[in-house]
Design a protein around this ligand. Structure first.
Ligand code: PLP
Length: 372
């Protein structure tokens, strides 16, 4: 009888890219306790509009079919609104997917992606997965992007610079003047991604607005999403507007058919005039709630920077974990970034009451933070 070779002992390790194996697993906020509130993912607290739910439900009858690979109808609709051609719009399964596509399209092993820090927690992982090296430029003391330092950090290895306005998690905007000055310093062969996931919540006229920049810079791409203001986080749909050649390269890196018929139907339904005005009225409610929350925290003595997204930034420093635990015990799930601070989404009115009650008891006695 022939002897059968025993299989490799199960201890033999699959060879993985070490930098990938070392990546921290994605941390989603803890689920909210019963009667609690999830304020950890900057989600929209309003339930979906009935018209949007109906549009999504109607797609269920055709789920035996693949979706339209390029989401043409949605691209045409967005193109109309931004006064560009449909080829200048790229739709993806959330703008995080699009970020990954642009970084993959522009960077190779050892090349650099520059972004501010602290900023969106997805950026470091996306750069690493693409094989690129992250160059993190510390925020200014007022928690805004230091665009001068970011421009100065560009080397001949830099392929992508990400500007996030309003910045997640600190809430600060980049002004239009700052952005213009920055663009004059960025070499034309370096791709700039302007991440505007929260643009609909901005009420400051000085803010940069990607819409006004379309067509002005051959190296600029604007990223927006339906996840936040439009309340479609669960369906995964975002879009990019930029030069066709850059978008084509990003399209080539995508895993095909990531945007489903349900996602595009929901996005299209949200852009219908009646639905959109209702959605934007909700955004207005959230921005007013945000401003009231930030003002109340400042009068309690918290050095909260001006908030331009649907969240506030509490610079809790070394006490970050302790403060987040106290909030959790009161039923509020927030996003803690020890040892810097806590990002708190603007949610249901009841959550704001609890928040102010707990935080009122925890105001730091002495403030080592910078004036705001
Ligand atoms: C939420 C968010 C996004 C977009 O998320 P998607 O749900 O993937 O569209 C992009 N950038 C920032 C900074 C965000 O906070």
């Amino acid at each position: 009888m022939e002897s059968v070779t025993a299989p490799e002992p199960t201890g033999a390790r699959v060879r993985l890219r070490p930098e990938i194996a070392a990546l921290p697993p994605y941390r989603q906020g803890r689920p909210a306790p019963v009667d609690g509130f999830k304020l950890s993912s900057n989600e929209n607290p309003f339930p979906p509009l009935p018209g949007v739910v109906d549009a999504v439900a109607a797609t269920a009858r055709e789920i035996n079919r693949y979706p339209d690979a390029t989401a043409l109808v949605l691209r045409e609709r967005l193109a109309e609104r931004f006064d560009v051609t449909a080829d200048e719009v790229l739709v993806g399964a959330g703008s995080v997917s699009l970020l990954a596509q642009f970084i993959a399209a522009a960077t190779a092993q050892g090349e650099e992606v520059v972004y501010s820090w602290r900023s969106f927690e997805a950026y470091p992982g996306l750069a690493t997965v693409a094989g690129a090296t992250s160059v993190r430029v510390p925020n200014r003391p007022d928690h805004g992007h230091d665009l001068d330092a970011m421009a100065a950090a560009i080397t001949d290895r830099t392929r992508v610079v990400i500007v996030c306005s309003p910045n997640n998690p600190t809430g600060m905007i980049v002004t239009a003047a700052e952005f213009d000055a920055f663009m004059t310093r960025v070499p034309g062969d370096v791709l700039v991604l302007l991440d505007e996931a929260y643009i609909e919540f901005v009420r400051d006229a000085a803010s940069v607005d990607g819409r006004t920049l379309i067509g002005r810079h051959p190296n600029l791409v604007i990223l927006r999403t339906f996840s936040k203001a439009y309340g479609l986080a669960g369906l995964r749909v975002g879009y990019a507007i930029g030069p066709v050649a850059v978008l084509d390269a990003a399209r080539a890196t995508a895993i095909p058919l990531g945007v489903t018929a349900a996602s595009t139907a929901a996005a299209l339904a949200s852009l219908e005039p009646a639905a959109e005005s209702e959605l934007l009225a909700r955004v207005e409610t959230i921005t007013q709630r945000r401003d009231a929350l930030r003002d109340a925290l400042v009068s309690q003595g918290w050095p909260v920077p001006k908030a331009h997204g649907n969240f506030v930034w509490l610079p809790t420093g070394e006490t970050t974990a302790a403060v987040a635990d106290r909030l959790f015990d009161a039923g509020l799930v927030t996003r803690a970034f020890p040892p810097e601070g806590i990002r708190i989404s603007v949610g249901e009115p009841e959550s704001v009451d609890t928040l102010l009650r707990i935080l009122g008891e925890l105001v730091p006695a002495s403030q080592d933070t910078h004036p705001i």
